[in-house]
Ligand binder design. Structure first.
Ligand SMILES: [Fe+2]
Ligand SMILES: [Fe+2]
Length: 272
């Protein structure tokens, strides 16, 4: 069941004077990544080939991700009438492809796949919460509030299936921690950097991953406050089979908050 549709958004409340051009750039990038959700459903349906209940859930999930992309794209086009979503999305699809013909999870097991999905939903739910709190434009705030609620529900969906597979596949905690860590480090891989480039870059210039990942990270990391990080760490720990609260969460929250602040400062100094 969809909790909202594009028609529920109060588009008439849009106030162009409250659009932050920096946030607009990352919204454009996010619209491309979200709109690409259908390919992930294809991949997940292959990996969970004999699990029709999960396949049905994955297809509904992907429909919601695509709707996130459509809502963000519509907002971005209101904020910048020159933004050509179709053109940007075509460019993104051209340069970034998800392998949809794998029969087994690239994470080594279905449990690993579900841990990775939980990490992604942790990232998106904290990201849209942080974006909503940073935004002043009321329509963007409404969209981000809706999306953040969906992303938290997605986390719970994948976590529910994860618990089922942890029982049947008996994948150990260390393995789950390693999958979580590898998925977190992948957030600096091509997907977000290429989406940012496809939506904002001068396409006359060749794509350079590090360069565009820096552009993206400067704007995205700058949104995070300590409470977003603490909550995200709790969700990651839970997905990895560890205690969500307590000393480990405090240590990690401190370390991640320091790292993000340091990274943003360095990128600002470097002119990103
Ligand atoms: Fe999403
Ligand atoms: Fe999601």
């Amino acid at each position: 069941m969809k909790h909202w549709t594009l028609d529920d958004i109060q588009w008439a409340q849009f106030d162009p004077s409250l659009v932050d051009p920096e946030l607009l750039q990352i919204v454009k990038a996010a619209s491309l990544v979200e709109f690409n959700g259908g390919d992930y459903a294809t991949y997940l349906c292959n990996v969970f080939g004999d699990d029709p209940s999960f396949q049905g859930a994955a297809r509904r999930w992907a429909g919601e991700e695509v709707q996130h992309g459509a809502a963000l794209a519509r907002w971005a086009a209101m904020a910048d009438p020159d933004f050509d979503f179709e053109d940007s999305f075509a460019r993104f699809k051209d340069g970034f492809r998800i392998s949809t013909d794998e029969a087994r999870s690239i994470r080594g097991s279905r449990t690993g796949e579900l841990v990775a999905r939980c990490i992604v939903e942790t990232g998106t739910s904290s990201y849209y919460t942080a974006l909503m709190e940073a935004a002043k434009e009321p329509v963007l705030r409404e969209i981000c509030r809706n999306i953040a609620a969906d992303e938290l529900r997605h986390y719970k969906l994948f976590y529910g299936h994860l618990r089922r597979y942890v029982e049947s596949e008996k994948v150990g905690r260390l393995r789950r921690v390693l999958v979580a860590l590898s998925r977190i480090t992948e957030s600096e891989d091509d997907e977000l950097a290429y989406a940012y480039y496809s939506a904002n870059g001068d396409t006359g210039i060749a794509y350079d991953r590090r360069h565009w990942a820096n552009h993206y990270a400067r704007r995205a990391y700058g949104l995070y406050r300590r409470h977003h990080i603490e909550r995200a760490i709790a969700m990651v720990l839970k997905a990895a089979g560890l205690s969500p609260q307590g000393w480990l969460n405090r240590r990690l929250t401190g370390a991640v908050a320091w790292f993000m602040g340091w990274r943003v400062q360095r990128l600002v100094r470097a002119g990103f």
